[in-house]
Design a protein around this ligand. Sequence first.
Ligand SMILES: Nc1nc2c(ncn2[C@@H]2O[C@H](COP(=O)(O)OP(=O)(O)OP(=O)(O)O)[C@@H](O)[C@H]2O)c(=O)[nH]1
Length: 448
Amino acid sequence: MEPIIGDPIASFTDLLLDTVCMVDVSGRFVFVSAACENLFGFTQQEMIGKLMIDLVAPVDRERTLAAARNIMNGLSHINFENRYVRKDGGIVHIMWSARWSETHQLRVAVARDVTALKQAQAMQAALYAISEAAHASEDLVDLFERSHAIIGELLPAACFGVALFDASGQQLDFAYLVERDVPSNAAIMRLLCDEVLLRRAALLLEPGTAEVLSAPLRAAANDMAGSALAVPLATPQGIVGVIALRTGAAGTHYTAADRDLLLFVADQLAATIERKQLHAQMRFMAMHDELTRLPNRRLFDDRLDTALARAHRQHEGLSLLFIDLDRFKHVNDQYGHACGDILLQQVARRIASCLRDTDTLARMGGDEFVVLLENISPPSDAALVMEKIHQALAAPVELGEGRQLQISVSVGMAHYPEHGDSRQQLVSHADKAMYAAKTIGALGEPAA
Ligand SMILES: Nc1nc2c(ncn2[C@@H]2O[C@H](COP(=O)(O)OP(=O)(O)OP(=O)(O)O)[C@@H](O)[C@H]2O)c(=O)[nH]1
């Protein structure tokens, strides 16, 4: 066989920024120029004799083999793109120009690293896709599902989790966690998120990493197949959560470039999360009472209208209980408004403890509460609930600093269909019944 490439030419090819590769009919590298080390991470000596296809990223193998067959059939191929797995496990995007040398029975190809270009394109596409997802998604879980699909196109994401602060704002909880083809290991993901929160910076984790880690995270990292990557979801107002990813398979690893890409996507996502959370909070505030966090009059009206329509359709009964604290003004006057607030919160909690999940307790304003009991046989069952509420409120209420207060409430009931079939009729009936009960109570008889 003729020499593949003469010595002077070989030394020139070593000056090229692109990599020259030659592959024989069996698919093995027989020559690579010096630039291969930058591109693949392997030295020339390490690459010679390796099967080309073994270095190609698994997802691109089939079309790479098809392109190789075309070249061997005499079709020269320019601008073919595929991905290789580097020696360090990172992915490199390569653009090829190749043809078949009949004389040497070799595929001769020039490879150019287009990873940076691909990354810029991917960032652009991801930015667009995430902003589309932000508009299209109904809620945060939907947004995270779409984000998983978008990020999964850019990086290995067999395991993908988004942890957000819980209601107390003190700790992270997974709002979304999907583990595909990896042994379930939510513990690593959780440790990873906590570590990122502590550092307030991204973390790239591999078995045997040199990072200084907590003992449980180090142990988890050493048992882990593949690598993991987690970045904070940061907004100008602070961190709202953490995104964590795992490759799943041994041999595939994230790189610093992957980390930068995820940080970029995380910025877009964090801004969207913040906007959605603010929106949800505003929606909640529009429908709930700030002090007790119970539904307000607006939400109650809506629930009652829906319940009435359902009761009418299904020939069921429903009841309303109007509850008003007795002499509440006196509590404010004597103990102060802050104590009055505590009392209202405690009353709300105690009434709620007497109800089923399907019932609605709302604060209508001031010291007035209302309960909607659905699917009930009025009036006897409603009277039982009313009795339960009286009992729940019978024990003195703790107002702090050792102050205890004995309270009472006046309750008025209205039943559908007996007292009307519209919201207005039922509310008016219950309100009047409550005032009647209060008058009796004020005259010294038991209220209600
Ligand atoms: N602490 C506190 N007080 C409130 C709040 N909303 C309304 N109030 C007060 O609740 C009191 C309601 O007074 P009234 O409607 O006369 O009720 P009451 O003193 O219980 O009188 P009766 O119902 O006749 O027994 C007023 O003093 C309001 O200022 C609140 O959110 N917190």
